[in-house]
Design a protein around this ligand. Structure first.
Ligand code: MN
Ligand code: MN
Length: 294
């Protein structure tokens, strides 16, 4: 990998790590989800990066894909919540993606949380050029199952590319038949999810996270303008409507029209039937190992 690109990945990784820890430290009963999301996103800019996607704050059975809107200012963390903070940072399009889990002031789920953390550590120990991704899935599922939990089988890690969050290679959380191998120079996000339930997420409702797909084909100028702005600002990276609402008063209505036209994709919230924990790091694959950048 080009030294200049490597430095951009490392910078994105440092910022992502710092704001992930900042978010985790902020979480207490009575603190608003919106304040944590906004504080993290503000800090990303201060440190010289940009959000690669809206801060995901997923609680208890929600495994992934939830970011609060301004109207969600009544949502607060409660004692006993199992909270996943998942942040993405990019520097000139080079993305670092990382997540951690915290239980708010109780320790009922510390074994669960430990299981996804340990699975991630073990995968990092074996990830290197030439290893089959399914072996990583095997390490993840065996680690999580040995603690009495289930890995989430229909969520996976992913390779990253410039401005592309899911660049084609998946890192499964279970043993699969996939023969794909990791290669030197690949950037991958590895993200074991552990569940007390069935380990299978379903799409359930709104996440408030969106992604540009294509421009409207007909001549509604307002819609075309909004689509153009979204494309210029975020390319194909996910975005939150709260990044817009203050400048575009009718944004929600127009955004919904773009969604119904298939011009914008809305990510569904992903929910399991048990409590879920997640840990994620972004790594760069080397000849005989990997460099953790987050
Ligand atoms: Mn993530
Ligand atoms: Mn990820």
């Amino acid at each position: 990998m080009d030294e200049e690109i490597l430095e951009k990945y490392r910078k994105a990784g440092r910022i992502a790590r710092d704001v992930r820890e900042l978010g985790i430290k902020m979480i207490r009963p009575g603190v608003r989800l919106l304040d944590v999301a906004e504080e993290i996103e503000k800090k990303i800019y201060e440190l010289g990066g940009e959000p690669a996607f809206p801060v995901n704050i997923s609680i208890n059975k929600v495994a992934a894909h939830f970011s609060p809107r301004y109207e969600d200012d009544h949502l607060e963390f409660k004692e006993g919540d199992v909270v996943k903070i998942d942040v993405g940072v990019h520097v000139d399009g080079y993305i670092a993606d990382t997540a951690s889990t915290i239980e708010v002031e109780t320790d009922k789920y510390s074994d669960l949380i430990e299981s996804s953390k340990e699975a991630l550590e073990k995968v990092i120990d074996v990830a290197r050029h030439g290893i089959e991704v399914r072996i990583l899935g095997k390490v993840i599922s065996e680690t999580i199952e040995s603690k009495g939990f289930r890995p989430i089988s229909n969520l996976s890690g992913h390779s990253l590319n410039r401005y592309i969050l899911h660049a084609g290679v998946s890192i499964p959380n279970i043993l699969t038949t996939d023969k794909i191998k990791l290669k030197e120079g690949m950037v991958v996000a590895i993200e074991p999810f552990a569940s007390t339930g069935s380990g299978y997420v379903k799409s359930r409702g709104w996440s408030n996270i969106y992604r540009y797909v294509h421009s409207p084909v007909f001549r509604d100028l307002r819609l075309r303008f909004l689509a153009k702005r979204i494309k210029e600002k975020f390319r194909t990276l996910p975005f939150a409507d709260r990044w817009f609402t203050r400048n575009f008063p009718n944004m929600r209505e127009n955004l919904n029209k773009l969604i119904s036209l298939g011009c914008v994709y809305h990510y569904p919230r992903l929910v399991d039937d048990g409590i879920v924990s997640q840990h994620e790091h972004t790594v760069i694959i080397t000849k005989d190992g990997c460099e953790v950048i987050t």
